[in-house]
Design a binder for this molecule. Structure first.
Ligand SMILES: Cc1ncc(COP(=O)(O)O)c(C=O)c1O
Length: 342
């Protein structure tokens, strides 16, 4: 555990640099959510397992409250899943390229990680190869990032179900952190050995709030809850989460506006000579000669992009979608980077 290097992430642009490195919605968070956050009573401990929010989420998804665990960001729940179901002598399979914390959390638990990489672009996983891996390793966990960050591919719902049925001893974790922001990607329902992770930080632009939840069978989620400390979600986050759920009616409008901005950003990149290999939700995945060099040159040109080398894509950078006011800067930066690298 001590030898684990921290995983790189976006979202840490230096002052003066415009941050295109995350997939958080570029639209402002709902004002009512911010108000509820500010009004929360922090003089008392919150409920140890966030029951008032779990009840509200459960109602929304037609589950009992024990079928919901809330986390300090969905990332906390990824780590709790690894603590509960992985561990020494066990293994997990991850569909890659994907969010690096699945592998990190599994390794930290003492278990081993097997990856099945998508072929592409366009990126796609081979279901037969996955089924063979599940037979070979009988992993305790399978992580499916749906849609996947950074390759933006969507592992079909039927394929997830086929994998879950073929390997009943494997807990299949479907991470739908970005699902609300993608068109044509219906959410998966939890059940049996499939659990579903949701984040409230992406679609409502609240990454600093830290709030996500896990849906699944209570008998499985009991172990996840037991792997978390009490009061893991603060009173302001619980209060804001309840109001955010009341704002779910705004998600269609957010998704449509993000799609419009993404289209505009993609057109501008094409004009600047960029090759966009995949796009969806709040992301554009661009092919570049060498991602590491490109990302450093981009900082010099005033923008922070996500170098995907650590995610297994050394020739790709990932861009978040931003408001139109930032688009001219991106076009200028793209041209500047090409000059710097020539
Ligand atoms: C695919 C995916 N899942 C989960 C997370 C964690 O998000 P949060 O902890 O803010 O809910 C991220 C963050 O970047 C992500 O990319």
């Amino acid at each position: 555990m001590l030898h684990l290097e921290p995983t790189p992430h976006g979202g840490d642009a230096a002052p003066g640099c415009v941050d295109f490195s995350t997939g958080v919605s570029p639209l402002p968070p709902p004002e009512a959510v911010l108000e509820s956050f500010r009004a929360a009573d922090v003089r008392r401990y919150p409920h140890p397992t966030g029951l008032p929010l779990r009840e509200r989420v459960a109602e929304l998804h037609g589950l009992p409250p024990d079928g919901v665990v809330v986390g300090n960001g969905s990332v906390e729940l990824i780590w709790a899943l690894a603590r509960a179901f992985a561990g020494p002598g066990r293994s997990a399979v991850v569909l890659t390229p994907a969010f690096a914390e699945y592998a990190q959390a599994v390794r930290a638990s003492g278990a081993t990680v097997e990856s099945l990489a998508a072929e592409g672009p366009p990126f796609e996983w081979n279901l037969e190869a996955l089924l063979a891996m599940l037979r070979r390793h009988t992993p305790s966990l399978l992580f499916v990032c749906r849609p996947s960050n950074p390759c933006l591919a969507v592992f079909p719902m039927e394929a997830v179900r086929a994998a879950a049925e073929a390997s009943p001893g494997t807990l299949v974790v479907v991470d739908e952190a970005y699902q609300p922001l993608f068109e044509g990607v219906p959410p998966m329902s939890p059940g049996g050995n499939v659990v579903v992770l949701r984040s409230l930080t992406k679609v409502f632009a609240l990454p600093g709030l830290r709030l996500g939840y896990l849906l699944g069978e209570p008998r499985l989620l009991r172990a996840v809850q037991a792997s978390l400390p009490p009061w893991n979600v603060s009173a302001p986050a619980l209060a804001a989460g309840r109001v955010a759920l009341d704002c779910l009616g705004q998600v269609d409008a957010v998704r449509a506006e993000v799609a419009r901005l993404r289209g505009a950003q993609q057109a501008l990149l094409a004009e600047a000579g960029a090759r966009v290999d995949a796009s969806g939700g709040t992301f554009l995945l661009c092919r570049v000669p060498e991602a590491r060099a490109f990302a450093s040159a981009a900082v010099q040109a005033g923008v922070r992009v996500r170098d995907c080398t650590s995610l297994g894509l050394p020739h790709h950078i990932r861009l978040g979608v931003r408001l139109e006011a930032d688009h001219p800067l991106l076009r200028a930066a793209w041209r500047r980077v090409r000059e710097l690298l020539e």
